[in-house]
Ligand binder design. Structure first.
Ligand SMILES: Nc1nc2c(ncn2[C@@H]2O[C@H](COP(=O)(O)OP(=O)(O)OP(=O)(O)O)[C@@H](O)[C@H]2O)c(=O)[nH]1
Ligand SMILES: [Mg+2]
Length: 258
């Protein structure tokens, strides 16, 4: 199984080199595709030098800050074009511990179509997170579970592994999210596609260096999209499935129906 890891970067020069080394230490067979949005701090230039040195590092440069969601969609597409069997997504700031990568791949090896690094299962949690971030995270999770009918404990975490055969059935180019609502949008679509979803515990840590990119605009977008998806799931489900999925849900997969 060839894992590819999609990492989105915007101003992560202080983190990216050490992160890549840690990824390679824990998943030496993996390839990494870093999608950089012309970071003003020179992350892209550093990545060019690193990719010259190491053939498992790949860089996708985009012209400007186009958002977290489209960065991972682009990373996923490139990974699939390169023949990845499993595509993982993670942040560049060490909030997602690279030591967990093998456990996520293991979940896929054991039959899951989507494996989620979860803060909200036994053994998982958050470290050094201010109370307002915890409230935001818990609140958005509860809303996603309730409004989208998801049975996953951590609907808003971005440390995940997707089986390629699952991604191939989802029209990534139809996605509407720009920011972190990508996580709920993709999770709903995976569930509608009948994916077997597993969760493995993670301890999410405050970023090691650099600044957060979360803005009010991104939070508002997530709330609006959540309500739109909930409405469509309840009242326009066929249109939702036709828009996003390439075939009907697989009946034999036993995934949690929504
Ligand atoms: N390519 C790209 N990457 C982005 C963009 N916005 C955020 N990222 C990256 O996405 C990952 C998550 O962003 P963060 O700012 O760490 O957001 P967060 O982890 O939810 O917030 P913090 O806990 O405050 O760090 C990081 O690796 C960012 O560099 C973007 O517009 N384009
Ligand atoms: Mg972060």
């Amino acid at each position: 199984m060839t894992p590819w890891i999609s990492v989105a970067t915007y101003n992560e020069r202080e983190n990216i080199e050490a992160l890549l080394a840690e990824i390679h230490k824990h998943l030496p067979e993996g390839h990494v595709i870093v999608v950089d949005d012309n970071s003003p701090d020179g992350t892209g230039e550093l990545l060019d030098a690193l990719s010259q040195r190491d053939p498992w590092i790949h860089v996708l440069h985009r012209t400007g800050k186009l958002g977290y969601a489209s960065a991972h969609r682009a990373g996923m597409k490139q990974a699939m074009e390169h023949g990845a069997d499993v595509v993982l997504t993670m942040d560049a700031d060490f909030s997602h511990n690279p030591a967990v990568l093998p456990a996520l791949v293991q979940c896929i090896n054991e039959g899951a179509d989507l494996a989620i690094g979860s803060r909200y299962v036994p053994g998982g949690g958050t470290r050094n997170w201010p109370w307002h971030r915890q409230v935001l995270s818990r609140g958005s999770n509860a809303m996603a579970r309730l409004l989208l009918g998801l049975r996953v404990h951590d609907c808003t975490g971005g440390f995940r592994a997707y089986r390629t055969s699952l991604l191939q059935r989802i029209r990534l180019d139809q996605f509407e999210s720009d920011g972190y609502s990508f996580l709920e949008e993709s999770l709903l679509l995976c569930a509608l596609a009948g994916a077997r979803i597993a969760e493995t515990p993670i301890v999410f840590e405050e970023r090691r260096a650099g600044k957060s990119k979360i803005s009010r605009k991104v939070i508002l977008e997530a709330i609006v999209l959540l309500f739109q998806l909930a409405w469509r799931r309840l009242f326009c489900r066929k249109a939702l499935v036709d828009k996003y999925l390439i075939t009907a849900p697989l009946p034999d997969q036993g995934g949690a129906p929504v």
